[in-house]
Design a protein around this ligand. Structure first.
Ligand code: NDP
Ligand code: 2IT
Length: 451
């Protein structure tokens, strides 16, 4: 921690780097917030005196554990599991679980830190956490995934609970994995509680949770466009990813009359100049969600499309961009290419998909840029509503949930717009999201004193 109050970004970040060596994603996420919050705190000394930002950038705890399981051939396999509980000042820790070979402490600390601000922006009572494992579900049988999930929960269960920490899905964790983990939690504890969100509808899940992140990112995009009297209708859209967030973002773009040109996975992207319509999208959902295939197969099935091996879709001319795959998938070069091709708005469905240098390119050009902690908050917001339905033991009507998602996304946009609007009329949504997200958590922490 700073011996004296940290008042400049570089000395603050030096401290973060020294305390968290080898964690570049975590440094990146903290820097992006600190760059806005430190200047804002200059004439608000109570936050500096209480070292609020330093405390937010130090997770409440990081739990790491071994996950052993047996594969179908009888081989013993060992993975590393984590839960990062970043901050519970405004509610139980809340955030997804990611199963991907790249998972490490840096990535989960960045995600848990971001989640703290995102959850604050929703207006719902949720703190920030994230977890996962360096387990690769690709190519694994259902039985292998089940045994992994059961072993993972056999350790995780002691750290979570419906009033303590409520995980959900993220990359590599969908309805199947949540089902296996919920079943194991229930079996170990003999309790049926809302300990996870993203559950199946039969056992406490919420209508609209699968759609919420992707739809929400498009609502945020729509709200940004409205500030410039524009709409999605008739515009071309480049989307990355082809999982939960990307496919439901594409679906909502189609509802709004936009044309979806691209989708991708870790193998490359497909470009369909005729547009990916509802029928083609249904085929992709089946390909990726049920058959667990590769996006390259789309170009074999639909001759109007081309597949671009190991490439990202940002060279394709488009009006709007929705990065919905993973972190750091838009570099400064990609950002320049999007601008040069006429892109006027970017809404981040994935978490931190744009590198800091890429964000700077967008902000300098003053295009509409919706940062992930605001734009993709629809998923966790619907998780918050799943928690309240579980606590009340009563499900809300689908229409009510649809209305609430829209209302929450409108509220997030309004909060970011108010905190991010500049004298020249431009709205810096990055600053708006950082400051609005920070303030609520910071004020709660001030109320608690030194804890
Ligand atoms: P899924 O696992 O459903 O889909 C992930 C998609 O991204 C797949 O198409 C996957 O390709 C691709 N992808 C994953 N890692 C990489 C990589 N390193 N390089 C290129 N492509 C990659 O995950 P989600 O859709 O749930 O998550 C996508 C993003 O959205 C993540 O950043 C996540 O944190 C964020 N998010 C998710 C929320 C949710 O509710 N699910 C809520 C808010 C944010 P492949 O099939 O080849 O692995
Ligand atoms: O990044 C995210 O917001 C998520 N993966 C969803 C978290 C949640 O608890 O629903």
């Amino acid at each position: 921690m700073c011996a004296k109050r940290c008042t400049d970004l570089d000395s603050f970040m030096q401290g973060v780097a020294d305390r968290n060596p080898g964690e570049p994603e975590f440094h990146q996420a903290v820097r992006e917030v600190a760059a806005d919050v430190i200047p804002w705190m200059q004439d608000r000394p109570r936050y500096q005196e209480a070292q609020i930002l330093e405390r937010m950038a130090e997770p409440d705890r990081v739990v790491s554990f071994r996950v052993c399981w047996a594969d179908d051939a009888g081989n013993i396999r060992a993975n590393r599991g984590f839960r990062v509980q970043n901050n519970n000042a405004i509610g139980p820790y809340k955030g997804g679980l990611r199963f991907h070979p790249s998972v490490n402490q840096s990535i989960l600390k960045f995600l848990a830190f971001e989640q703290t601000f995102k959850n604050s922006l929703t207006g719902l009572p949720m703190g920030g956490g994230k977890g996962g494992a360096n387990f690769n579900p690709k190519g694994k049988s259902d039985g292998e995934v089940m045994r992994f999930c059961q072993s993972f929960m056999t350790e995780l269960f002691r750290h979570v609970g419906d009033d303590t920490d409520v995980p959900a899905g993220d990359i590599g964790v969908g309805a199947r994995e949540i089902g296996y983990m919920f079943g194991q939690y229930k079996r170990i504890t003999n309790q049926f509680t809302g300990v996870l969100t993203g559950k199946g509808l039969e056992y406490g899940g919420s209508v609209m949770r699968p759609e919420a992140t992707g739809y929400g990112a498009v609502y945020f995009l729509e709200n940004m466009l409205h500030t410039r009297d524009q709409a999605i209708e008739g515009k071309s859209v480049a989307i990355s990813g082809s999982g939960n967030v990307a496919t439901f973002a594409a679906e909502k773009v189609l509802h709004r009359g936009g044309k979806v040109l691209t989708l991708s996975d870790s193998g490359g992207f497909v470009h369909d100049p005729d547009g990916i319509d509802e029928e083609k999208l249904a085929w992709i959902k089946e390909l990726k969600g049920v058959r667990r295939g590769r996006i390259s197969e789309y170009a074999e099935r639909f001759p109007s499309a081309s597949f671009h091996d190991k490439a990202r879709p940002w060279s394709v001319p488009c009006d709007l961009a929705l990065p919905c795959a993973t972190q750091n998938e838009i570099s400064a070069e990609d950002a320049k290419s999007l601008l040069a091709n006429g892109c006027v708005a970017v809404s981040e469905g994935a978490n931190m998909p744009t590198e800091i240098a890429g964000v700077d390119v967008f902000l300098e050009a003053k295009i509409l840029f919706g940062p992930s902690k605001a734009a993709n908050a629809g998923g966790v917001a619907m998780s918050g509503l799943e928690m309240s339905q579980n606590s009340a033991r009563r499900a809300l009507q689908p229409d009510e949930l649809r209305r609430l998602l829209r209302e929450i996304m409108d509220g997030i946009h309004a909060r970011c717009h108010e905190a991010g609007r500049q004298d020249d009329g431009f709205c810096n949504y990055v600053r708006g999201a950082n400051i609005a997200g920070f303030k609520k958590v910071a004020d709660a922490m001030l109320a608690f004193g030194v804890v």
